[in-house]
Every structure is written in C-alpha cells, then in structure tokens.
Design a protein around this ligand. Structure first.
Ligand code: TEU
Ligand code: CA
Length: 556
C-alpha cells in the first residue's frame, strides 16, 4: 500500500537562483538554502520542491540540463547538496527535485554526440527530421518560447525538434535507451534519499506519430491536442512508476501542462499507477486566453470557482491534485489575483486562505508568504527571462506592439516577476546579496521583507504560519466534502466543507467593499478558526465581510 503522506502536505517551491546568495556572487545557491532551513521549517511546510540544481548553461535557468547527476557549480557542490538533504530530513521535511526529462541542453554530451554524425548511437536520442519540400521546417509547430519548434542543423542537413528554446532539444522517449538514462538518473537521486520529483512538462514526452501539422487554433488548444497527451505517454509513465518510483517511498508531482480535467484521471488516478498528483494550468492561466503576451481577459471569480469545481470533481475519490496560484513561470499571485497596493496584506492572506482550504496538496512559491509583488523593469536590458526576451525580439521584427507596450506586457505577465530575489530584510538587495543580483531586486524590499514580518504578529508571514498549522490540525480543510454556497456571486466565494461530523465554512470577499453574506444560523456563534481581520462583523444572521476579508469558521 502506497503511503500518502504527501496529500495533507504543503509544498514550498524554491527557485534557488533567487532564494539566498551565501557567497555574494549575485546568484542564489545551495548553501543559501541551508542557511534558511530553520526559516523554511518555521512556515509549517512539509515538502521542499527545488527547481533544477543540475549542471546547465542556463539558457532557461537550469531547465536546460547538461548533466543530470552533477550540481551546477554556481549553486555549489555535491557535499552541499548532501548537507542540504540531511538538513531537510533532520527537520522532518522532505525534498523533491525537478526532473526535466522532456528535453535536455544542447550542451549535454548526448546532443553533442548526436550532432556529430547520423550514425552516432546518440542520434536517435532526439527528434531529427528532413526538411519539408520547400527546404523549410518539417511542420508548422511553434516553440513555447516563440518561433518554429525546429532548428536547422547544417552539418547533417536535418532539423531537430525543440518545443522550448533551440538550446533545449526534445528527447526521443520512443528510444528505450533514453528512458533508461532518465530512470537511472532518477535512481541516482532517489538512492541518495530524495523523496520524489516534480516533473517538468511531463505530458509532452510522447510526440504524435508522423509529426502532423497543428490545426489553426490558439496555442493552448495546440498544446492540449498536439504537443501533450501523445500516444505513448501513459505507457511510459506507467513504466517509470513500475521501474523507479514504486520502488521507493517517493512521490511524483506533474506539471500538468496541456492536461484538462477530462484527461486528469488518466495521469493521476491511483489505480493507474502513473503519477501521484499534478498541478494544472487552469487557475494559473485563467486570465490568459491563448498564450502569454497575447489577449488577456479580466479576472472572473465565478470562472475561477468553476475551475476549482471541475478539477475537484475530476479526481474525486480516484486521484489527487495540487493547488497553486503562482510559481516561477507566472507573475506574482498577490499582484494578479489580489490588490498589491491598498489591500496588500488583506488580499494576500485571503488568497492563501482560499488555496489552503481547497481539496488537494497545497503548493506555495517562495516569497508569496511575505506577499512579494511584481516588479517594474525599466528597460529591456533589465529583463532576464528567455521567454520575455524572445517575445520582445520577435516583436521588434513583426512590430505587433510598440516597444513600450511590449515592455509593459513583459512587466505585467513576464516570468521575471516571480524571479526577483527573495526579500529577507531592508538592507541592500533585500538582504539577498551584497553585490548586484543576477536579476534586479524589487525596491519594495524596504517595506516588504521577512525581517519586518517576522516581528509583526499581524504580518502575512505569520498568517501563513498559523494557517498552515491549523490546516495540519484539521483534516476537513483538505479532505472535506465541498458544498458551494452562492456559487453565482461574482464578489464572494463561500463554501462549506464537511468531514465526518466536522463542518467549516469558508467565506472570502474578492472585492474592495463590504459584502454581506446571509448565513443560515447565528453567525456570531461560529468559532473563528482563521480570520485576516481583527474582528468578525455580524448582524443577526448576517456576516459583513470587509474588503478582501477571508474567514474559516468552525460551525460544529
Ligand atoms: O514550464 C512549461 C510551461 O508550459 C511554461 O513554459 C509555461 O507555458 C510558461 O512559462 C507560461 O507562459 C516548464 C518550466 O516550469 C519552465 O520554467 C521551463 O522554462 C519550461 O518548462 C521548459 O523546461
Ligand atoms: Ca552565490
């Protein structure tokens, strides 16, 4: 019987480059994480997900791996890693690593060898294709980061496939040797004692046979219908589970790109023995219509409730998901879904109250526990993210938007928003480093930082700590049966959760004005478990919710 310790857990994602710089070279590192382990433990989180720490030329900050068994020198040594892992386990937490197995770096030995000759034993580790009749790429596939997904290789007269940058060639999972290489790398880390993996773009590993053209639909649809969910994906995930994961007390968290709720069960239903859970993109992309830097839609609370509902129902009693509203690929949660100015603290606390009371594993991202916000980058030189830079470059050529507009869009949606250094104190660069960090530190570190919030009982940080603790003590938060109340309200998100004879009500105000909720019962007799305001405003059976107020009430 597989252990399910991860279901109640909270995952804390660390993006090491931006977490803490221990040797003042401007880049976060493993010793920087070691220095902060007591802090991380103080959050009451259970599992640390470390974004890639392996050797990499950093075209995509480690998501382009050149050696799966080596630590990136900028981040430290294997000894540092061993010490980190021990430090995490000593504190009763677990560690999952980021497995980037859909592609590697073009500087990985496999690709370097593959390029040398069509007869190389490594040639078939990748997807090579002769040109189309006109000499162009074999099909119309676009890379996630702009331009064609095929790159021309002059020497061999063939194209290779890269769904991300051209320095991230896709691995050919149809080749059993590739699969064994990846499984071996996984075993290497599991034998060291790591507790599992977050699996980068795992739904993309199997490509449609014959590389057919993608239909003329939005990019999101293309991902769902063409790039993800390929014909052999389940066979390989099942194999990976059988040969690797199931042999350890380990779990897998899939990045559910291109998986919609109708397909979710195929990946995470327990009886299928594939993956343990996934985080989907529907909340993360709920304001993105087709793709980043294209059309955006306004935030719509009812739509968000629908998304939570359909996912909850999709895996009900059969599988499991994780819930996230931010990570290293998206703008900051409080800036997107809350109000990072007048109601910074209130809205940050309300949002995490919502996420912590959804059914599923809670997944939070570094810095969100202090309400870190988006940053304004003044010039394109300050932008570091390859996705944003490629968009900017393409736009210079097709002039779809003015340069100012393009930079504005990058500031609104770009991934650098989530990658600015963690703000530890009010000193230079927020205490991350005494030298200029690789990506500009947010000037608001003078106000928003761990040190201030640590000393303030009403801070976002201390709210996270007590919310996560309460969540651990009450199974109903995670496992309760969900009952929507006032589902069609565009202002309030209210739900009741019941487990055995325990019931709670969660009441969340998504607006900047007071909102009235008519409770069935004497509102002021409810016991307050969580409240992001000092008091509870009630009138007979009415609950008056303040701007961005978030409550969890015990109604036993
Ligand atoms: O992300 C995959 C992915 O789908 C994102 O590129 C996402 O679409 C985009 O950032 C949102 O606009 C994973 C990693 O999380 C990301 O950091 C990597 O760049 C990417 O895979 C390639 O490994
Ligand atoms: Ca460093």
């Amino acid at each position: 019987m597989k252990l399910t310790w991860f279901k109640k857990g909270t995952i804390y994602q660390i993006y090491p480059r931006s977490f803490n710089d221990s040797n003042n070279d401007g880049v976060g590192d493993l010793r920087g994480v070691i220095e902060k382990l007591d802090y991380i433990q103080s959050l009451n989180v259970d599992i640390i997900w470390l974004s890639p720490i392996f050797s990499s030329p950093n075209d995509d900050n480690g998501y382009d791996i050149s050696d799966y068994r080596e630590i990136m020198p900028e981040f430290g040594t294997m000894e540092d890693f061993d010490e980190l892992l021990k430090g995490i386990h000593d504190r009763g937490m677990r560690l999952i690593l980021d497995l980037v197995a859909n592609h590697c770096s073009d500087e990985h030995m496999w690709f370097e060898e593959a390029k040398k000759s069509k007869d190389s034993p490594y040639r078939d580790y990748f997807h090579w294709h002769k040109p189309a009749d006109d000499g162009g790429p074999p099909n119309n596939w676009k890379s996630f980061f702009g331009g064609s997904a095929w790159e021309w290789d002059e020497a061999s007269g063939e194209y290779y496939l890269h769904l991300f940058t051209k320095k991230q060639p896709d691995l050919n999972w149809e080749n059993p040797k590739v699969r064994e290489e990846i499984y071996d790398a996984m075993r290497f880390w599991l034998d060291k004692g790591v507790d599992g993996f977050r699996m980068d773009v795992i739904p993309l590993i199997s490509k449609p046979k014959g590389y057919p053209d993608a239909p003329e639909v939005g990019f999101r649809k293309i991902i769902e219908e063409v790039y993800a969910n390929g014909p052999t994906v389940h066979k390989y995930l099942n194999e990976m589970n059988e040969k690797v994961i199931s042999k350890y007390d380990a779990f897998s968290l899939a990045e559910g790109v291109g998986i919609n709720e109708t397909k979710a069960g195929l990946y995470v239903n327990t009886d299928r023995k594939e993956l343990d859970m996934l985080y989907h993109f529907d909340i993360l992309e709920c304001t993105i219509v087709n793709g980043k830097f294209e059309e955006v839609s306004p935030f719509d609370l009812v739509q968000m409730k629908r998304i939570f509902k359909k996912w909850r129902e999709a895996v009900h009693n059969t599988g499991w998901i994780a819930n996230a509203m931010g990570n290293h690929d998206f703008a900051r949660m409080v800036s997107r879904f809350g109000n990072d100015k007048e109601y910074h603290s209130e809205s940050a606390k309300m949002l995490i109250t919502m996420l912590a009371t959804q059914n599923g594993t809670l997944n939070i991202y570094q810095g969100d526990e202090i309400g870190m916000t988006n940053i304004t980058l003044e010039t394109i030189e300050e932008v570091k993210d390859v996705q944003s830079l490629n968009f900017y470059e393409e736009n210079l050529i097709n002039s779809k938007f003015s340069e100012e507009m393009a930079l504005e869009m990058i500031n609104k949606e770009g991934r650098d928003n989530a990658r600015t250094p963690v703000q530890w104190n009010d000193e230079i660069n927020g205490g991350f480093s005494i030298v200029d960090p690789w990506l500009k530190s947010n000037p608001n570190s003078e106000i928003i930082n761990v040190k201030h919030q640590d000393n303030d009982p009403n801070s976002i940080l201390n709210f996270y700590r007590s919310l996560l603790k309460t969540r651990k003590e009450h199974d109903v938060f995670v496992f309760g049966e969900f009952e929507e109340i006032e589902f069609n309200s565009p202002n309030l998100y209210i739900y009741k959760k019941t487990l055995e004879n325990r019931s709670i009500i969660v009441a969340l105000n998504f607006t900047e004005s007071d909102q009235v909720f008519k409770a069935s019962g004497v509102a002021n007799e409810y016991k307050v478990l969580i409240n992001n305001y000092a008091d509870l405003n009630t009138k007979e059976n009415e609950l008056i919710l303040r701007p961005y107020q978030g409550l969890v009430l015990d109604i036993d």
